[in-house]
Design a protein around this ligand. Sequence first.
Ligand SMILES: CC(C)(COP(=O)(O)OP(=O)(O)OC[C@H]1O[C@@H](n2cnc3c(N)ncnc32)[C@H](O)[C@@H]1OP(=O)(O)O)[C@@H](O)C(=O)NCCC(=O)NCCS
Length: 200
Amino acid sequence: MNNKTINKVIDKNQIYLDVAQLHIDTIKNGFLPSLGIKFLALMYKCIDEAQFSILITNYKDYKLRGFVSGTLGTSNLYKAMLSHPLDLIFALIPMIFEIKKIKKIINILRYTSGSNRNKFPKSELLTICVHPNYHRQGIGLDLYKKLSQFFKSESVSEFVIIVGQSLNANSFYKKQGAKIATEIQVHSNIDSNLFIQKVD
Ligand SMILES: CC(C)(COP(=O)(O)OP(=O)(O)OC[C@H]1O[C@@H](n2cnc3c(N)ncnc32)[C@H](O)[C@@H]1OP(=O)(O)O)[C@@H](O)C(=O)NCCC(=O)NCCS
């Protein structure tokens, strides 16, 4: 089920909050959850509304079981967020004095526009999450296939996935045929794999 179907019964803003909450609950040690639910909900709103990106959800009985998001280029995503300046300011105001977080945001922006990242395809799977109650039931695979179909419809032949080396998701991506192209450090002391997935 994608958003176009579910929107008939669930308010869009509720979908963005559900997605943000599932992100926070399932990737507890990630950096983005530390930016708060308002920031994440705004990010997923921008991803859903823009032409160059996609948010695919899986709901059952009004409960979000999983979602995947992807983009044809992360720089477009940042521009889309800047086009909601007031929402962005309100989402970021609580961390205005948190220098470490601000440094990490700068690290992400620097990495995503830097020469290391530019060697690889621009299209990227941003996040995939399935609620722990529904793991190993094929929901992740279904979402991944739908994201691949989106990339195919945009004539994209391969896409990037960046994932912390400690996460189980590495096994999931390998199972789908993604190959590790390089190891990277977006933040100091956190090693990540950069996978490339070919689109059939
Ligand atoms: C990665 C994730 C999305 C997989 O979702 P899922 O719905 O459980 O995956 P599927 O049931 O479709 O699994 C498909 C195959 O992937 C592999 N796989 C999935 N989870 C795995 C795990 N934890 N360990 C090893 N292999 C795994 C298996 O081969 C599985 O097939 P099988 O169950 O027949 O053996 C889910 O574990 C998750 O949400 N993790 C937390 C969030 C996260 O870390 N996301 C990645 C960062 S962007």
